[in-house]
Design a protein around this ligand. Structure first.
Ligand SMILES: NC(=O)c1ccc[n+]([C@@H]2O[C@H](COP(=O)([O-])OP(=O)(O)OC[C@H]3O[C@@H](n4cnc5c(N)ncnc54)[C@H](O)[C@@H]3O)[C@@H](O)[C@H]2O)c1
Length: 439
């Protein structure tokens, strides 16, 4: 699991939500259904899908896990068992039998294959959790909105510009249809970080002129050696992080969290352009590490000379850092959320004091609260914006070109022009700046 989630947190949140749900507008009630039930479908039952399923069930007393979908059938049972065992533990802790009713996923509502998402959506769910590799997100989100589902949509929301444009259109349609769309840019739901951004936006360091963020780590998920019988597509799908058509490369898949801080600091305004460097220096040169780089460094140029810098890397035996630094006309801000360091130096010196919270849980609390109250939440524009910021950085690093925001937004580069099926699929080439062309 990527996230820590404690039973104590569950008990606290569930107790708080008991009160909230009592004032809910049962707009979702349907004939023959318990008025309190909200059926949840999870699409992509890996680490994040498992965490999100649990958080969804935790967020609302009436939330029931109703359907599951994954490319690979064997991924569903461990996900279900983990959620079940956590619910059992929670119930024991609370001294109740509550929780058992929260799982209702018979075999006929478990679907595998590339079309699993369609079948989950047709299974009678109210809310879908989109937690596959990001390449599939635009297609899955469009289908969810078509089908009238509320959505939890993990980050990043696309791997290329056609995907971002599709997501923006889906977000617009979700708004029209009064559906809730919650993004997985979880730092936007972490109170200590929110408090820091509130300071920045209130002018605590004066007008912002420079932002820097880092996502420097020593490694990534272990790659899986190819097994007999795996087609190219299966090999790539099982190592999706390492193939940029599936993940967008690590700058898009992972470091986008820290690039989102830049977007947030700039109030989600677009930069004019960016340039970047990147490469693959320390990754073992084996087929399972695909074609992704292991480092990027991007400079974003905003109007009036404002600049933002982002660095990310996967280099073993080097220091890790995941922080943001901001400089303004009257001071500076250092944000190191993993060690709860939120400091402003300058005229309005300040140190953050907000209590911590489980940001992953908060996303679901907000989502389900919005559904219950009939007041949709819609993170569509910022989530698409931050994803494109990361994509334009990759485009600039891969090509060596200066890439404007408009060029990035209008780019025709479709990383997955052919529908995914299990079969032959060449490994994409390693990008070489000056040779790889922007398109
Ligand atoms: N917000 C966060 O902090 C955070 C943390 C971890 C992961 N994530 C994001 O969540 C997403 C999933 O990451 P993960 O770590 O859970 O990966 P994972 O590999 O553990 O899980 C992905 C699952 O999707 C399945 N899958 C692949 N293609 C599919 C398809 N076309 N249809 C249905 N299922 C498919 C895989 O078989 C796998 O079970 C990624 O976008 C990742 O960036 C976000």
């Amino acid at each position: 699991m990527n996230e820590q989630w404690t039973r104590r947190e569950f008990v606290k949140t569930a107790a708080a939500l008991g009160a909230a749900s009592a004032i809910a507008t049962p707009a979702w009630a349907r004939a023959g259904r318990s008025a309190s039930e909200l059926r949840v479908g999870v699409i992509g039952c890996g680490g994040r899908g498992t965490g999100a399923a649990l958080q969804a069930l935790n967020a609302d007393p009436g939330a029931v896990l109703w359907s599951m979908g994954d490319l690979f059938p064997e991924k569903m049972q461990p996900c279900l068992e983990y959620v079940q065992s956590e619910l059992r533990g929670i119930a024991e802790e609370r001294g109740t039998t509550a929780g058992a009713h929260k799982i209702n996923v018979p075999d006929e509502r478990r679907f595998s294959g590339f079309d699993a998402f369609e079948r989950v959506m047709a299974s009678g769910v109210d809310v879908v959790l989109l937690t596959t590799p990001p390449a599939f997100r635009p297609q899955h989100l469009a289908a969810a909105v078509d089908a009238g589902k509320h959505v939890f949509c993990e980050k990043p929301v696309a791997v290329d510009a056609p995907g971002v444009r599709s997501v923006l259109e889906s977000a617009r349609r979700a708004r029209e249809k009064k559906l809730s769309l919650m993004s997985g840019f979880c730092w936007r739901y972490q109170d200590q970080v929110r408090e820091t951004f509130a300071q920045l936006h209130a002018g605590a360091i004066g007008e912002l002129h420079t932002v820097q963020s880092t996502y420097n780590t020593t490694g990534w998920v272990p790659a899986k050696a190819r097994q007999d019988g795996w087609s190219d597509a299966e090999f790539q799908a099982r190592n999706w992080q390492y193939f940029h058509p599936l993940s967008g490369d690590h700058v898009v898949e992972q470091a986008v969290h820290a690039i989102d801080w830049i977007g947030w600091a700039m109030r989600d305004a677009a930069p004019e352009r960016c340039f970047a460097v990147g490469g693959r220096q320390t990754r073992p040169d084996v087929p399972e590490t695909g074609n992704v780089y292991d480092h990027f460094s991007i400079t974003y140029e905003y109007p009036r000379g404002v600049r933002a810098y982002h660095t990310c890397r996967h280099w073993p035996n080097t220091p890790s850092d995941n922080s943001m630094y901001a400089l303004g006309a009257r001071g500076s801000c250092t944000m190191k959320p993993w060690t709860n360091e939120h400091v402003i130096a300058g005229n309005a010196a300040w140190r953050g004091s907000a209590p911590g919270n489980d940001m992953y849980q908060r996303e679901h609390d907000v989502l389900f609260g919005a559904i219950r109250l009939g007041e949709p939440v819609n993170d569509g524009v910022p989530m698409a914006h931050s994803t494109l910021l990361a994509i334009m950085g990759r485009m600039a690093a891969y090509t060596g070109a200066v890439v404007t925001w408009d060029q990035a937004m209008n780019s025709a580069e479709d990383l997955n022009p052919n529908a995914w099926t299990m079969g032959d699929r060449p490994t994409p080439e390693l990008a070489v700046p000056g040779k790889t062309r922007f398109s």
